[in-house]
Design a protein around this ligand. Structure first.
Ligand code: XIL
Length: 385
C-alpha cells in the first residue's frame, strides 16, 4: 500500500510508535541536554567567551586554526595590530596581517579583541617603532592620536574591543617612563581613550596590564586609581584586562576580589592573556615536565576560570596561545614552558579539562595519557596523539 506523502521510513516509525503505545511502554524521556564539550560552548552557557590568540604563522597551520575554531569564540591577534606592524614609518599604515586574522576569525563566527594601540613596548621587542620614540615631545600627542584614529577607524564595526593602552605601569605602581608619559603625563591615557571613542562609538575600550591581578598590590592599586580617575573625569572606558601571565602554584592572592573591586567602579573585566608556565627541560618539546606541575596547572586554571565565573562583569577568559607550540613563554622565559591548555602537538592537557569542567562542560576532546608530558620516550611521538 502506498500512502501519499509518507515514506517507508515514516510509516515504519509510525507503526513502531503505535506498537509501543499498545504494548504499554513508556514514551522515551527527552534526552538530557549533553554538557557542552568545547571551551567556547561551555563559556557561552554562562554568557561569556573563551578565547585565544592568532598569529600570521599559526594562521598557516591547519591544526592550529581548526583547534582554535573548535575551542575559541574570541581571538586576539598576537602581534599583527601592534604599532611596528601597522605604522612602521609615520603615516605609512599596513593592515594586511591584521585584516587576515580578523577576516578569518569573523568567517568562523568568532569575535576579535584588538591589541594594542598605545604601548611603551619593552626595548627588546621594539614593537613601538624608533620613529615614535625619537619624536620631539611636542609632536607625540598628535602622532598618538593619529595612530589611534587610523586603526580604530579601519577596524570600525569589526572588533569587540580594543586594548587602547597596554601596560602603563611599572611593577611598583609608578607610570612607565614612556615617550607618551614624558609628553603628556597620565593625560595621554585619557587622550587615547577619547580618540578611540571618537573613531568608533561601539567598540569596547580597555586598559590592559600584567601584575594587576592580585588584590591590593602596588601595581593593582595604581590601576585601580587610574580607572577611578578616568571614570570620575567622564573619560570613555569600558573594561580592564588582566593579562594573567602566571607561574604554576603562584597565583596572586585575591584574584576574584580584585576583579570585583574593579567591576564595582563600573567597568567590565576580562582575563586577556592567560598562561601558566613551569620549568621544562627541552624548550622545543616543552617536556619532560613534572607531573605535579601539570596537576597544579590544572588547579590554577580552574581557579582563574572560577574567579571570572563568580564575577558578574567578567566577560571572558583568553589564553595567550593556541597551544604550547605557539606560546611566547619558551622564548621570553628561558627554561620555562608548557604554559597553555594544549601541548606542542595541540593535544589537550589536564588544564584543558580543568577549564572545561569549571565552565560546566564535560567530555571534550579525548584526555591524553599523563605520560605524554613527562617521559623522555613521549618526546619523540610529540605529534602523534
Ligand atoms: C608578546 C608576543 O607574544 C611575542 O610574540 C612578542 O615578541 C612580544 O609580545 N603582554 C602583551 C603581549 O600585552 O602583547 C605580549 O605579546 C606578551 C605580554
Amino acid at each position: 500500500m502506498r500512502i501519499p506523502g509518507m515514506t517507508a521510513a515514516t510509516i515504519a516509525a509510525a507503526c513502531g510508535l503505535v506498537l509501543a503505545l499498545f504494548s504499554g511502554a513508556a514514551a522515551p524521556a527527552a534526552p538530557a541536554a549533553a554538557a557542552p564539550s568545547t571551551l567556547k560552548e561551555a563559556a557561552q552557557t554562562t554568557g561569556r567567551y573563551f578565547g585565544g590568540i592568532m598569529s600570521t604563522n599559526s594562521l598557516a597551520n591547519g591544526t592550529a586554526t581548526s583547534l582554535a575554531a573548535r575551542e575559541f569564540d574570541m581571538i586576539t591577534p598576537e602581534n599583527e595590530m601592534k604599532w611596528d606592524t601597522t605604522e612602521p614609518n609615520q603615516g605609512d599604515f599596513h593592515y594586511d596581517r591584521g585584516d587576515a586574522i580578523v577576516d578569518w576569525a569573523r568567517s568562523q563566527g568568532m569575535r576579535v579583541r584588538g591589541h594594542t594601540l598605545v604601548w611603551y613596548s619593552p626595548d627588546a621587542d621594539s614593537q613601538l617603532p624608533a620613529w615614535v620614540k625619537q619624536l620631539p615631545l611636542d609632536q607625540v600627542r598628535a602622532a598618538m592620536e593619529n595612530h589611534v584614529t587610523e586603526l580604530v577607524s579601519h577596524y570600525k564595526g569589526k572588533l569587540y574591543a580594543w586594548d587602547v593602552v597596554n601596560e602603563p605601569f611599572n611593577d611598583d605602581g609608578t607610570y612607565r617612563n614612556s615617550v607618551f608619559h614624558q609628553a603628556m603625563g597620565r593625560d595621554y591615557i585619557a587622550h587615547a581613550l577619547r580618540a578611540a571613542r571618537a573613531a568608533d562609538p561601539d567598540v569596547k575600550l580597555y586598559l590592559n596590564d600584567y601584575g594587576i591581578e592580585g588584590d591590593n598590590t602596588a601595581k593593582s592599586n595604581a590601576m585601580y586609581d587610574l580607572v577611578k580617575w578616568l571614570k570620575d573625569e567622564g573619560v570613555p572606558l569600558d573594561g580592564v584586562g588582566f593579562e594573567s601571565h602566571f607561574q604554576v602554584g603562584q597565583l596572586p592572592h585575591g584574584i576574584q576580589s580584585n576583579m570585583k573591586r574593579f567591576a564595582d567602579l563600573g567597568v567590565d573585566v576580562a582575563v586577556t592573556e592567560y598562561d601558566n608556565r613551569m620549568p621544562v627541560t627541552d624548550p622545543q618539546t616543552q617536556r619532560p615536565v613534572n607531573p605535579g606541575d601539570l596537576n597544579q596547572q590544572a588547579t590554577d586554571t580552574a581557579s582563574v576560570v572560577s574567579a571570572c565565573l563568580n564575577t558578574a562583569r567578567c566577560v571572558g577568559v583568553s589564553q595567550w596561545a593556541v597551544g604550547d607550540a605557539d606560546n611566547w613563554v619558551p622564548h621570553s622565559f628561558p627554561g620555562q614552558g608548557s604554559a597553555t591548555l594544549f601541548d606542542v602537538g595541540y593535544a589537550p592537557k589536564p588544564a584543558y579539562h580543568a577549564a572545561l569542567n569549571a565552565l560546566g562542560g564535560g567530555g571534550g576532546t579525548q584526555p591524553q595519557p599523563w605520560g605524554r608530558w613527562n617521559t623522555a620516550d613521549e618526546i619523540r611521538g610529540v605529534n602523534s596523539p
